[in-house]
Write a protein that binds this ligand. Structure first.
Ligand SMILES: Cc1cc2nc3c(=O)[nH]c(=O)nc-3n(C[C@H](O)[C@H](O)[C@H](O)COP(=O)(O)OP(=O)(O)OC[C@H]3O[C@@H](n4cnc5c(N)ncnc54)[C@H](O)[C@@H]3O)c2cc1C
Ligand SMILES: NC(=O)c1ccc[n+]([C@@H]2O[C@H](COP(=O)([O-])OP(=O)(O)OC[C@H]3O[C@@H](n4cnc5c(N)ncnc54)[C@H](OP(=O)(O)O)[C@@H]3O)[C@@H](O)[C@H]2O)c1
Length: 457
């Protein structure tokens, strides 16, 4: 039987689903898979992106864990591709590699003042509240008024986390430092800005509706934003999702506290539409003092044009939630414009060419960009795995495909890698930390501590 030794880089949903699909579907090859992950824990953005107050989605980890627990995939955690292991190493020990490294940083927003103190990327804030080991433990939550730029689900996630009272997050898995940080926040007003209208938002109805259920938070929407053009009316009439979004927003227009910045609740979450970011203003110390935007109007085709009218809102912090962006990997082609590995249906292509790079594949967000839900990475993986199997003739010819070679290599390089047993140890440790407080788990945040617990040191 032909043997396929496969390396997968990235243990997020895309990497784990690719391994699962290959192992379940393939009977012609004797498949053995090694999964490399830069963090000491698997699951990618499901652990370090999905908001802590969304336990149902976090629960997808249970299904991903079942895949790993089957015992036919080896994990090498705390191993960073490009530093601890390279493409040349992989070519010596595997027949092919699938990159599933996702997108971990914020896309740029090029407006004056965006680098000021008090201006943050959503990805960094998400990493902080989800206990990512590589971001600082403290977050400067000192602003009373905050602007969030963007109308996607990430914008709603971070607006909700900023507006929600910390006590209401206590039942979740948030680490103690996050609870303490949020508890001390003096925030009263969170302003969310979308450059298009209510019928062109990227967020979804469930996530929008959830904002209206936050304790002691008033939703504020503005009548002037609902003067719909024909394209918006058509979108509302023809798309159920847009229809529900409109219905939810209309219900907030009618609520007594709407348009009343001095409403009943101690915190307010304002949704502003037709607002294109123009500038971040700063005070004498260079700290964020205001957000300037240009009022837009519909162009009749779902887009917008500027009206020339500039408006300003006084805020002390700004979060840009305008999308994530992939990072280049050493030795692997990268499309700088779109932040992805150039590929045809997962087969990696040489830069600016249609020529394939033999043995190299991509799946998930690094394959098609940072859009889509966890479930979409499954269909992605199916397509990539199908090509991998059909391309048998162009796989690499490894000089040492033995299973012992890679652990020996990592050992020789002094890499403190973690394995599946290590993940079980860390998982049990986190669950035990949460138990006395009636919480599902409390995450361990420092990388060294994660490694030490995993390795039983
Ligand atoms: C804030 C946020 C909230 C979200 N909430 C939801 C939600 O509620 N529901 C939903 O369905 N979808 C949600 N999504 C979308 C979902 O997270 C993505 O669709 C999915 O995680 C993409 O999977 P992926 O495996 O491609 O990438 P990722 O999940 O990012 O996994 C990539 C993995 O690769 C690893 N990696 C990167 N570089 C290297 C390297 N050099 N060496 C080794 N390993 C590396 C990373 O550490 C990571 O573990 C959310 C996304 C974000 C940003
Ligand atoms: N609960 C959940 O299910 C959940 C939670 C979080 C994330 N996710 C998913 O993860 C994916 C990524 O989410 P995301 O919110 O990062 O991305 P997204 O859905 O693509 O939204 C990005 C938002 O940023 C805006 N934007 C982009 N460039 C801008 C600019 N220069 N100025 C002003 N606004 C700008 C976009 O506006 P335009 O539309 O005008 O371009 C859009 O509103 C999505 O598929 C999302 O559904 C899901």
């Amino acid at each position: 039987m032909t043997r396929l030794r496969l390396a997968i880089v990235g243990a997020g949903p895309a990497g784990i689903y690719a391994a699962d699909i290959l192992l379940k579907a393939e009977r012609r090859f004797d498949v053995s898979i090694d999964l490399f992950e830069q963090l000491p824990a698997p699951y990618g953005l499901v652990r370090y992106g999905v908001a802590p107050d969304h336990p149902r989605i976090k629960g997808i980890i249970t299904a991903l864990r079942e895949v790993l627990d089957r015992g036919d995939i080896r994990i090498f955690g705390n191993v960073r591709f490009g530093e601890d292991i390279t493409l040349e190493d992989l070519k010596q020990h595997y027949h092919a590699v699938i990159f599933a490294t996702g997108a971990v940083r914020d896309t740029d927003l090029r407006i004056p003042g965006i680098d000021a103190e008090g201006s943050y990327g959503a990805a960094d804030f998400v990493s902080w509240f989800d206990g990512h080991p590589d971001v600082p433990r403290t977050w400067p939550l000192t602003a009373e008024s905050v602007a969030v730029i963007g109308n996607g689900n990430v914008a709603l996630d971070i607006s909700r986390m900023l507006a929600k009272h910390a006590e209401d997050l206590l039942p979740t898995e948030i680490p103690d430092n996050v609870y303490e940080g949020l508890k001390a926040s003096p925030v009263t007003d969170v302003h969310v800005f979308g450059r298009r209208g209510p019928a062109q938002v990227k967020f979804t109805p469930l996530e929008l509706r959830e904002l209206g259920e936050l304790r002691d938070v008033d939703m504020v929407v503005y009548d002037e934003d609902f003067d719909y053009d024909e394209a918006s009316k058509d979108a509302i009439a023809s798309n159920k999702q847009v229809m529900v979004i409109d219905r939810v927003l209309q219900s907030w227009r009618k609520r007594p506290s709407v348009n009343n910045a001095g409403g009943e609740a101690s915190r307010r979450l304002h949704l502003h539409f037709w607002a294109k970011p123009v500038e971040v203003k700063t005070d004498e110390q260079g700290r964020v003092s205001a957000f300037v935007y240009e009022r837009t109007r519909p162009d009749g085709e779902g887009g917008v044009v500027g009206t020339g009218e500039l408006r300003e809102v006084a805020v002390q912090a700004i979060y840009r939630a305008v999308g994530y962006f992939g990072s280049p990997l050493p030795g692997v082609p990268f499309d700088k414009r779109h932040g992805v590995i150039p590929n045809h249906e997962g087969q990696v292509l040489k830069k600016d060419s249609n020529e394939r790079v033999p043995g190299v594949y991509a799946t998930g967000w690094i394959k098609r960009g940072p859009v889509g839900l966890i479930g979409h990475t499954k269909s992605d993986a199916m397509e990539t795995v199908r090509h991998l199997i059909n391309d048998q003739g162009s796989w690499w010819q490894p000089t040492d495909p033995s299973e012992e070679a890679v652990p020996a290599l990592l050992e020789a390089r002094g890499v403190r890698w973690t394995d599946l047993d290590g993940w079980h140890r860390l998982d049990e440790h986190e669950v035990a930390l949460g138990a006395p407080h009636g919480r599902a788990r409390i995450k361990v945040v420092p990388r060294d501590e994660m490694i030490a617990v995993s390795r039983g040191e």
